[in-house]
Design a protein around this ligand. Structure first.
Ligand SMILES: Nc1ncnc2c1ncn2[C@@H]1O[C@H](COP(=O)(O)OP(=O)(O)OP(=O)(O)O)[C@@H](O)[C@H]1O
Ligand SMILES: [Mg+2]
Length: 378
């Protein structure tokens, strides 16, 4: 097991600067998830840690040793890719044993490790098969098994579940969580899936354009996004954003004037923002409620029925549209007018640069209900 520390790590491919000075300290045994839009550098960062790419500048430490120049095989790392990359002509057993044979482990050690990993992953009955005789989920388990037998200090996973169907994804996600509990190895995991990120991570790293936007626990990022980017990226459906102006600053927070509607006081400090300044108000779809005495009115453009809840897309004028999540037993139809209430405590404010205004009492427990992850789309 090992800490992984990146200090001002940069990576360029020729003239293309891809990673711009990443600082990150991953604790021994921590489960870290990298998320961010396609092309933001998640895989590149994993490959730098694995040693599959050279670091252009900066330092990488694994377990207190600077490993910039250490060969991948000596870093104590095992990587699992989206494409399983199994040897097609070898049996499952031989695929899992191969790395240990290269390392000249004894036959009895290899056998014990392969069988133990196969037991953990429930693939003991598949050991004699060839990869082509396996389903995608089974192949991915073999790839994970191949990583486990090497007893790595650090596991790296690059979207390991994205080729699997929804049910298998859930099952394999639970197996990876168990694997982490059993081994307490450091794990770094890349995914596009909100549920995987929220459920697996001790901490999530949000990347954007080769830079870190924010690092925090899943609930910190959900309830206290540091900026508009993180606010919009974490949570599905996305947080709603409304352009508005500061109308008053008081001891209870910052009051904003909503377009064509009333005002809302959000319990944040103004932090240098003045009356009249443009800010963005953010509120999650779960925290906007259809209610007779709402602050805003709009017209329902579309209702998406998901069973346990409904998503309403509401046009509130001036080209702004809000997404609202309502209970599945609520009755709404496209074309209806609705009145919407937005509680100030559930709102976020962002200055024009995108940075979040700090909440007045950081000690308070977050008012919003916990995120309903079960109904999130992948
Ligand atoms: N070998 C390479 N040569 C040149 N550019 C590269 C190379 N590898 C990656 N890049 C560029 O680096 C950037 C980051 O790529 P990377 O694969 O790390 O993104 P990612 O976050 O993993 O994206 P995705 O979510 O689509 O997998 C991209 O703009 C990509 O085109
Ligand atoms: Mg990638």
């Amino acid at each position: 097991m090992a800490d992984v520390v990146l200090k001002n790590v940069r990576k360029s491919f020729g003239k293309a600067h891809v990673i711009h000075g990443v600082d990150l300290a991953i604790k021994d045994g921590e489960f870290i998830v990298f998320v961010g839009p396609s092309g933001c550098g998640k895989s590149t960062l994993l490959r730098l840690i694995a040693g599959l790419e050279d670091i252009s500048s900066g330092d990488l430490f694994i377990g207190n040793e600077r490993v910039n120049d250490l060969a991948p095989a000596k870093r104590g790392i095992a990587m699992v890719f989206q494409s399983y990359a199994l040897y097609p002509h070898m049996s499952v057993y031989d695929n899992m044993a191969f790395g240990l044979e290269l390392a000249k482990s004894s036959k009895t050690t290899i056998d014990a490790k392969v069988r133990e990993a196969a037991r953990m992953l429930q693939i003991e009955n598949l050991l004699d098969r060839k990869p082509r005789q396996l389903s995608g989920g089974q192949r991915q388990r073999v790839a994970i098994g191949r990583a486990i037998v090497r007893d790595p200090k650090v596991f790296l996973f690059d979207e390991p579940l994205s080729n699997l169907d929804a049910a298998l994804r859930v099952q394999t996600r639970i197996e990876i969580a168990k694997l982490h509990n059993d081994t307490r190895a450091t794990m770094i995991y890349v995914t596009h899936d909100q549920v995987e990120a929220m459920t697996l991570a001790d901490r999530i790293v949000v990347l954007n354009g080769g830079r870190i936007e924010q690092v925090g626990t899943p609930l910190e990022l959900y309830h206290r996004p540091a900026n508009l980017f993180v606010a919009g990226f974490i949570g599905s459906p996305q947080m709603n954003f409304i352009a508005c102006k500061v109308s008053h600053i008081g001891s209870d927070g910052v009051q904003v004037q909503l377009p064509n509607a009333g005002t809302i006081t959000v319990p944040t400090s103004a932090d240098g923002v003045r009356v009249g300044e443009a800010v963005t108000l953010g509120i999650r779809p779960d925290h906007v409620k259809a209610s007779p005495q709402g602050t805003l009115t709009g017209r329902i453009e579309l209702v998406e029925e998901l069973g346990e809840n409904h998503l309403l897309y509401v046009d509130v004028g001036q080209g702004q549209r809000l997404t609202i999540r309502e209970p599945g037993d609520a009755h709404h139809e496209a074309g209806q007018q609705v009145s919407l209430s937005l509680a100030g405590e559930s709102c976020h404010l962002f200055r024009e640069s995108g940075e979040a205004l700090p909440f007045l009492s950081e000690g308070r427990t977050p008012a919003p209900p916990s995120p309903d992850l079960s109904s999130r789309a992948a």
